[in-house]
Design a protein around this ligand. Structure first.
Ligand SMILES: [Zn+2]
Length: 277
């Protein structure tokens, strides 16, 4: 275990208390082969987004998001290092995974009512606004009368039709941001997190600051911040336990791997470090 791992254990692990489902199924899983490409994989294939033959994917808790999710990964980014696939395997609401340069043309995308979809891109570009600020732009009153609104309805009110999460290094991101298929879309908002969180990602990230989050961490924190805004809108003093933790399992794989590399669990990844993300 390296010093980074030691530091992770000593500090608070996540910035919110999380309740993650039993991960025993991950511990006992055998290594198998990807049913598409045939490569040896633990749990799932990060190239094909399919469960491995040695693992029963039905045992994994699924997470439902109140809006469709697109994940865009740069083709230079190494799939095995990316946590973006965690979301693809865990989310059971509409979720698409695209590898750059094969990404959708967002400028031509239309909703069922023929209007342009309101797209939020989660990436801290220069023009990105924090979640809270975007919500405030809608001048929503905090009121007990709003308490009957669901989280899904709230997302419609704040014009969040589609969330796009960009997965790649800082230099690769410019390819996305300069791409006309995103740039020329009619209604795109760049969004960043309100708070600064420290990553717990175990892979060395060169000179990048600790605030550079793994993709699945960024998505998790985004959902938490959006929930806080929803609670304000509905004047809820606190969310129910079920609601508060409904997105925690986005960290199902991540949390397990983190425990393995920081020495708090047996390490099924040890024999195959290349597959550890
Ligand atoms: Zn495969």
């Amino acid at each position: 275990m390296d010093m980074t791992g030691e530091n992770i254990i000593k500090r608070k692990k996540y910035d919110f208390e999380v309740q993650i489902s039993d991960q025993a199924c991950l511990n006992i899983a055998d290594r198998g082969n990807c049913l598409s490409c045939g490569r040896s994989r633990k749990w799932f294939c990060y190239d094909c987004a399919r469960w491995s033959s040695g693992f029963d994917g039905k045992k994994v808790p699924r997470v439902s998001l109140p809006f469709p999710l697109h994940i865009l990964k740069h083709n230079i980014e190494v799939s095995g290092k990316s946590t973006a696939l965690h979301a693809v395997m865990l989310v059971n609401s509409p979720c698409k995974y695209h590898v750059y340069p094969r990404i959708p043309d967002y400028s031509k995308m239309a909703r069922p009512d023929s209007e342009n979809p309101n797209i939020w891109v989660l990436y801290p570009s220069k023009t990105a606004k924090p979640v809270r600020e975007i919500v405030e732009d809608f001048h929503l009153n905090c009121s007990a009368e709003n308490s009957s609104y669901s989280f899904e309805e709230f997302c419609k009110i704040i014009e969040l039709d589609l969330l796009v999460v960009v997965d790649g290094t800082w230099t690769q991101i410019h390819d996305f941001l300069d791409d006309f298929r995103i740039k020329s879309a009619k209604s795109v908002r760049f969004v960043k997190l309100v708070e600064i969180y420290e990553t717990t990602f175990w892979r060395p990230q060169g000179k990048l600051p600790k605030s550079y989050l793994a993709t699945i961490e960024a998505l998790f924190y985004f959902m938490k911040e959006l929930q806080l805004e929803f609670a304000k809108f509905t004047a809820a003093k606190c969310l129910s336990n079920e609601d508060e933790h409904k997105f925690d399992n986005l960290l199902f794989f991540y949390d397990f791997m983190l425990k393995c590399v920081t020495g708090r669990g047996s390490n099924p990844l040890a024999s195959s470090p290349k597959d550890s993300s």
